[in-house]
Structure formats: C-alpha cells, structure tokens
Design a binder for this molecule. Structure first.
Ligand code: ATP
Ligand code: MG
Length: 412
C-alpha cells in the first residue's frame, strides 16, 4: 500500500502523549499508524471522538513495550488484539492488524497479520479505512478521501455481504450518511439495507443504542430517519419511533431557539397522548437505557403535567416546579412542534425557564414529627398536602405560614 498524500496530524493526533505511544510501538522499526475514524475526522478538521492506532505487533508485545516505557496499559480486548494506553486524560486504543480467514466461504475467523491492506479491507466504509503515520503519510486504499469530499458513504466491497458479516454496519451507514453524506445515498447500499433490515432485531440493545443516539445528534437526523421509515427499515429498529413529522418540526424550532438533546429528539418520534408512556418504556428496554436515560425519556415523552405555549403564568410556574427547567424546556418545544407554534412565541417562555430558580419547599419531615405525628406514612401524606397548598399559593407562603397551615390540617 503506498501513501497518496500527506496530512498533518492535528489535535490529539499531534499531542505529546500520542508521540510517546507511537514511539514506543515503533522503536524496533515496525510501523504504527493512526487508523479509522480519527484520521477521517482529522481530514474534516474536527475533533475525533476516540483515537485508534494499528500495529503489526501482537497485543502481548504491545503491552510489554508500553509498560517498559512507563505507559499505563489496560488489556481491554486482548482476544481481539486491542489494548488501551492511558497517558494523563488521553486514551489510545491500540489494535493489532487483523485479517479475515475464510472458512467454508464465510469470513468466520479473524487472525493477526502484518498486512495493512487486509486490515483496511475489514473496515466498513472507504473513508473509515484511512491510515496516517506520525509524520503525515496518508494511506487511502479504497478512495476514501474522494468519497469524503463528495459526501459518498460507500461500503468497501459488496454492501450486502458486508452487512451480513456485521449487521451494525446497516445502522452505521445511516449514521455516517446523516453526518457526512451529500446528495442521494448510494443506491446499492440503500437497497441492501432495506433488504436486510429485519436482521437488525438480532443486534444487542447497547450497540443499537450507541448508533441511534449518534444519528439523532446529527443535523440531518429528521431527514435520514424519514428515509429509514420510508425504506421500511425503522420498523425493525425502533417501531415505536415513527413520528418523523414531529421531529422535523422540532428541528425547525431548534434552529431558531437552540438545541435540545438526542433524548428529546427521540421523544419527539414517539406517539403522543396515552400511548407515550408505554412507547418510551419499550424504547428504553430495547436500547438498554440506564435508569437515568429511561426516566428522562419518559419525563419528556409523557410529562406528568401538561405543558403548552399558551399556559397562564401560574400554570407555567407549577409546571416548571414539577418538571424542572430542563425537562420543561424540552416538553415545551415538543408541544410547540406538535401544535405548529411559531418559534418567536417560544422566546419568552424559554427565557422564563432559563431564569427559573426553584424555591425550596420550606418544611421538612422533622417539622411534622415535631408536631407529635408518629413516624410513618402519615408524615409524607401531610407534607404532600401542605406542599400542594403551597404550590397552589404560587410558592409564596414562607416557613411560618406553612407551619401554620400544617397546624390547621392537624387540627381538623
Ligand atoms: P466515531 O466518530 O463515532 O468514533 P468511528 O468511525 O471512529 O466513529 P469507531 O466505533 O470508533 O467508529 O471505530 C473505529 C474504526 O473501526 C472505524 O472508523 C472503522 O474503520 C472500524 N469499525 C468500527 N466499527 C466497525 C464495523 N462494525 N465494521 C467494520 N469496521 C468497523
Ligand atoms: Mg472512533
């Protein structure tokens, strides 16, 4: 493989830590290169999410050398040839070159190799098969630079065969198309994706989650999600998340009033009304969400209090108190997206949400106990009653007034 041009490594690729790792691996003459996404992102002049390095050295040798040079190393995936080097707050995934070993016509086994081209050929898209040496030689065996410039997301080899090897590539196709694509998607790739979509159900929730959230974080999420719905693909990925019109409307509002988060975009895709809660739970199950993600999705998709742009002031303050400003903001945007509210009508309520400072409820459980109520569920019930009264009075009553109200309730 000969290098096609030079590219000056920038960002983390040019850090002191990077050089230390590469020097350690190259000490006895073997080459080590940056590979995959971090080279693509360097070309695009954006910061890479993570740094991958490839080397012909076997993983045990990689570990031995890094340790000998005083670099912390974690055997993150020794079986697959991957170790992680850690220097300060920088990490590097170092993987031994691999190639597929054909068995009975199917690429079933992987072996370590010193063949850079074979390693590049196992990667998914032409622009993900780039590699870069520390002194700036760029290797591009499948025309990835030209594809990147033209916005073409192109599989290396036959799309259908590559997706059958690893179905995650189907989702990666749409994620990269959303992020980097220009013009219509590659025809062969799109029809292979449509044909093989039912296989997505065999993927683990964690892998689908990462791709879905990355897709939703792109500027073209709504457009690409619509493409996946129209191609009959989304029904195999997240059949609950088909409300693309609402996502598109949310996008237009975001453009005017500022970004929301991928979870709010996901919530926009779910059915509204009484079906929202079950849909949010099903999506959280499928994507193996953390409890935090699960609760947040449900809080936005099926809010415990109704929010819309024309609420009177008192109801807005109650909603802000119950939802907190972040969820309130997301729920408000979603409601506005569903109702077709123009963005300018949202400026004031959104500013109000940003300025919102929670008034803490002035009573504690101890105050109820001090009034002689025995510890138990009655304490919580009374607290809840007085809090509702306090909210109904627009958060105005102070501690003395709340204590007096508690006394009145105890007297009845
Ligand atoms: P991101 O910016 O999200 O990190 P990435 O392309 O770097 O995107 P990684 O998951 O970090 O994705 O993978 C690093 C590289 O490994 C890719 O650029 C690609 O070369 C290769 N790769 C990752 N996943 C696959 C896959 N499922 N099939 C083939 N190659 C893959
Ligand atoms: Mg990466």
């Amino acid at each position: 493989m000969t290098s096609v041009r030079t590219l000056v490594p920038t960002g983390q690729l040019a850090s002191v830590a990077s050089r230390r790792v590469l020097q350690s691996l190259m000490r006895t003459g073997q080459e080590a290169r940056f590979v995959g996404g971090c080279v693509r992102d360097c070309l695009l002049e954006i910061q890479a999410a993570d740094i991958d390095i490839a080397t012909p050295l076997p993983p045990e040798e990689v570990m031995r050398r890094l340790k000998a040079d005083g670099i912390r190393v974690i055997p993150t995936g020794l079986k697959h040839g991957t170790v992680t080097a850690v220097i300060g707050n920088e990490t590097f995934e170092i993987t031994t070159l691999r190639q597929d070993v054909e068995t009975f016509g199917r690429s079933a086994r992987v072996a370590f190799t010193d063949d850079w081209l074979a390693d590049a050929a196992r990667r998914d898209f032409t622009f993900n098969a780039l590699s870069l040496t520390v002194d700036g030689e760029l290797y591009d065996p499948f025309g990835g630079v030209a594809d990147l410039t033209a916005g073409r997301v192109r599989f290396i080899g036959d799309a259908e065969a590559r997706i059958r090897e690893d179905v995650l590539r189907l989702l990666r196709f749409f994620r990269f198309y959303a992020r980097l694509g220009k013009g219509p998607p590659d025809k062969a790739a799109l029809s292979a994706c449509a044909r093989l979509a039912p296989l997505v159900t065999t993927l683990s929730g964690e892998r689908v989650r990462d791709e879905v959230l990355k897709l939703l974080a792109t500027d073209r999420a709504a457009e690409v999600w619509r493409l996946m719905v129209d191609q009959g693909i989304m029904e195999h990925v997240l059949p609950q998340a088909m409300a693309v019109d609402r996502l598109a409307a949310l996008d237009r509002l975001e453009w005017m009033v500022g970004e929301t988060e991928p979870l709010a975009r996901l919530a926009a895709l779910l059915p509204g009304g009484p079906l929202a809660h079950a849909a949010a739970a099903a999506v959280a199950d499928r994507l193996r969400f953390s409890n935090f993600q699960r609760d947040r999705l449900a809080a936005i998709a099926a809010p415990v209090v109704d929010v819309h742009p024309n609420l009177p002031l008192k109801s807005r303050r109650i909603a802000l108190h119950r939802l907190g400003p972040e969820i309130y903001r997301a729920v408000l945007l979603l409601a506005a997206a569903a109702m077709g509210t123009p963005a300018f009508e949202l400026f004031e309520p959104l500013a109000e949400a940003s300025a919102w400072r929670e008034t803490p409820f002035p009573l504690r459980g101890q105050d109820v106990l001090d009034k002689g109520v025995p510890a138990g569920p009655e304490v919580g019930r009374l607290m809840g009653e007085v809090e509702r009264w306090w909210i109904a009075h627009d958060f105005q009553p102070d501690r003395d007034a709340c204590l007096a109200e508690l006394g009145r309730r105890l007297a009845c």
